[in-house]
Design a protein around this ligand. Structure first.
Ligand code: PLP
Length: 286
């Protein structure tokens, strides 16, 4: 079955969806994106993704091409057209095609390019890695200074994933000035006793939608939350570690730079948080 994708108002077979070589997403990485998980045919934390999309667009002085209701209708249409049970909807908005290349933003009459497509991931919430845990390495964080804007400039995160792959592990954690910022495509946490420690929000990290939900659920479950930066050394001495993202949900980390965390197996705090997160988010899915 050929996939149906969305491009600028049309639902098309994927092979027919074409974007100009002058599109600023292609030439300048001048675009933003969101990835929303789908479980049992329903969208997880859709409201959170809409809020962050609006913010990313506004930080780049781009108009939001759709209302939240319109975005929801497009997402639902694609999920239905492609028969997605578990998977993801990828959304990208670029500044569009001004017809030539120029560093300056084009005038407002250039319409943005809007692309959405689905990815089917049967059993997304039952990833066996959640029972084993991720191993990560640390690498210097040399990304740009506005990591709070969810832009499509993903080359360095991609290099980070490849460095992890070459090292035989699952992911990389970025380190800046001796302190962990986040993972290549996820937020990073450690657990010490009943306390969850994760870097505070700033332009140094992406403001994860999953992060916000997990910290809320942690407080509701009487866990203590401390928002501050931590080093790799502190992480290696923690009881547990984990990452969060819209598609990995809550994923244990059991090894950092070759050192086992706690028992070297996923711990009970992370397991509980994953369970609460998935239960609550399934209930609120739209
Ligand atoms: N940090 C980075 C750099 C990311 O790319 C992502 C997700 O893509 C996250 C954190 C997690 O954000 P979310 O929970 O909204 O998926």
């Amino acid at each position: 079955m050929t996939r149906t994708v969305y491009l600028n108002g049309d639902y098309l077979p994927e092979a027919e969806a074409k974007v100009s070589i002058f599109d600023r997403g292609f030439l300048m990485a001048d675009g933003v994106y969101e990835v929303t998980s789908v479980l049992d045919g329903k969208l997880i934390d859709f409201g959170g993704h809409c809020v962050r999309l609006a913010r990313s667009l506004s930080e780049l002085e781009m108009q939001n091409p759709h209302s939240d209701e319109e975005w929801l209708a497009i997402h639902r249409e694609l999920v239905a057209a492609n028969g997605i049970g578990d998977g993801m909807v990828y959304l990208q908005v670029t500044r569009g095609n001004p017809g030539d290349r120029d560093f300056a933003y084009p005038s407002d009459d250039v319409t943005p390019t809007v692309v959405l497509f689905t990815q089917s991931k049967p059993g997304l919430a039952d990833n066996p890695a959640a029972k084993i845990g991720f191993k990560v390495i640390s690498i210097p964080d040399i990304r740009w200074g506005r990591r709070d804007i969810k832009t499509v400039q993903l080359l360095y995160p991609s290099m980070g994933k490849m460095a992890a792959k070459k090292a035989g592990v699952d992911d990389s954690w970025f380190v800046e000035d001796g302190l962990v910022t986040e993972g290549t495509s996820n937020n990073a946490y450690i657990v010490k006793g009943n306390k969850i420690i994760t870097r505070q929000l700033s332009s140094d990290i992406l403001h994860g939608i999953t992060r916000a939900a997990v910290l809320r659920f942690a407080v509701e479950a009487q866990m203590e939350v401390e928002e501050r930066a931590f080093s790799i050394t502190e992480a290696q001495a923690a009881d547990e570690a984990f990452i969060t993202s819209a598609s990995a949900f809550v994923m244990p980390v059991v090894e950092i730079d070759g050192a086992a965390i706690g028992t070297g197996k996923p711990g009970h705090v992370v397991a509980r948080l994953r369970e609460i997160y998935l239960d609550e988010m399934r209930k609120a899915a739209v």
